[in-house]
Ligand binder design. Structure first.
Ligand SMILES: Nc1ncnc2c1ncn2[C@@H]1O[C@H](COP(=O)(O)OP(=O)(O)OP(=O)(O)O)[C@@H](O)[C@H]1O
Length: 310
């Protein structure tokens, strides 16, 4: 497939008088990873539900794999795989039986895929154990393996690594990257800025049902202030002096922190430290800060990813 795998324009959805999607536009090129990034309640799951035909939008148009989600819902469903926040895994069945169930439900699927999927997801040893004995990471992997039974070309992953330990998260990232290398298109949702940064070709930042920014992770990072150093002082007097003597410095008075633009090179940092020495200022804390997507979120929405209530 070339061109767009998923397009949406003007998506709107409200529950009673609560607007959940407020005009969402998306364009996901085939063979890429697209991340919808946002805090709890931003509208990520609702967007995925609309794109995957589970929920009907109140307005707007969506095409997935070239089909209209309303007029051609069946064709869309045949072209996609969906792994949601609540795994489709049947806990009472073994891993192998869960995969067999997906093969049985999918007339086009080849039963021979099961062994390969178990191996790929490092589940061969656990294949004949009940899924209820699996760890969270194993369950997620089994869930994604079940999605792959039908070899979908477009896969939706709703928060694929929420709650996973760092090692399982990295395994999941590798699997996702491998799928895309094979030509699959992936739309994933995440609350993890690092995940979008690591995986996605393009990121849409969702907040309160609107896309507040869209671009490559690097483009988003360029939209915010660059590398700087931070000094934390022990008193307001020291803070005031530091702001006066350090060029371009800005202060956060409640935290007693000064931020100074600086490229992070040793010579530049040394010059700043020398200046503090000259004025007999002794910072309690010092760090060089390179912008990450957390800063992007704060700059674009005025709040961090933590504070939006559901
Ligand atoms: N069926 C529903 N009825 C009423 N309100 C709903 C319904 N589904 C979602 N909402 C509301 O819509 C908003 C967006 O929810 P959504 O699940 O899309 O957010 P999200 O970004 O996926 O968050 P999370 O990561 O918690 O799933 C929330 O305020 C939620 O309470």
């Amino acid at each position: 497939m070339t061109g767009s795998a998923i397009t949406a324009s003007g998506l709107r959805k409200a529950y009673q008088d609560k607007v959940v999607l407020d005009g969402i536009d998306l364009d996901v090129p085939a063979g890429t990873i697209f991340a919808l990034l946002g805090p709890n309640g931003a509208g990520k799951t609702t967007t995925v539900n609309v794109l995957t035909t589970l929920t009907k939008a109140d307005g707007g148009a969506v095409r997935v794999a070239g089909y209209d989600v309303t007029a051609d819902a069946k064709a869309v469903r045949k072209s996609i795989g969906v792994t949601g926040q609540f795994a489709a895994v049947d806990e009472l069945l073994t891993g192998r039986e869960n995969l067999q169930l997906m093969v049985d439900l999918n007339p086009a699927a080849d039963p021979a895929v099961i062994a390969g999927l178990l191996e790929r997801f490092e589940l061969t040893e656990a294949a004949d154990r009940q899924a209820s004995t699996y760890s969270g990471g194993m369950r997620r992997k089994l869930d994604l393996a079940m999605t792959l039974v039908g070899s979908p070309k477009i896969i939706f992953l709703d928060e694929p690594t929420t709650g996973l330990d760092p090692r399982s998260r990295r395994t999941m990232w590798t699997i996702i990257r491998d799928l895309v290398a094979e030509g699959v298109t992936i739309l994933l949702t995440t609350q993890y800025l690092e995940e979008a940064d690591q995986l996605a070709h393009r990121v849409a930042v969702l907040d309160g049902g609107r896309i507040v920014a869209e671009g490559t992770p690097d483009e988003l990072k360029r939209r915010i202030p660059g590398t700087h150093v931070r000094f934390r002082f022990g008193s307001a007097d020291e803070l005031d002096t530091a702001v006066r003597i350090l060029a371009g410095a800005t202060a956060d008075e409640s935290e007693l922190v000064v931020r100074v633009p600086c490229d992070g090179r040793t010579n530049s940092v040394r010059a700043l430290l020398d200046k503090l020495d000259e004025w007999e200022l002794d910072a309690e804390e010092f760090s060089v800060h390179t912008p990450d997507l957390d800063d992007v979120f704060l700059a674009l929405t005025g709040h961090t990813t933590e504070v939006t209530a559901k």
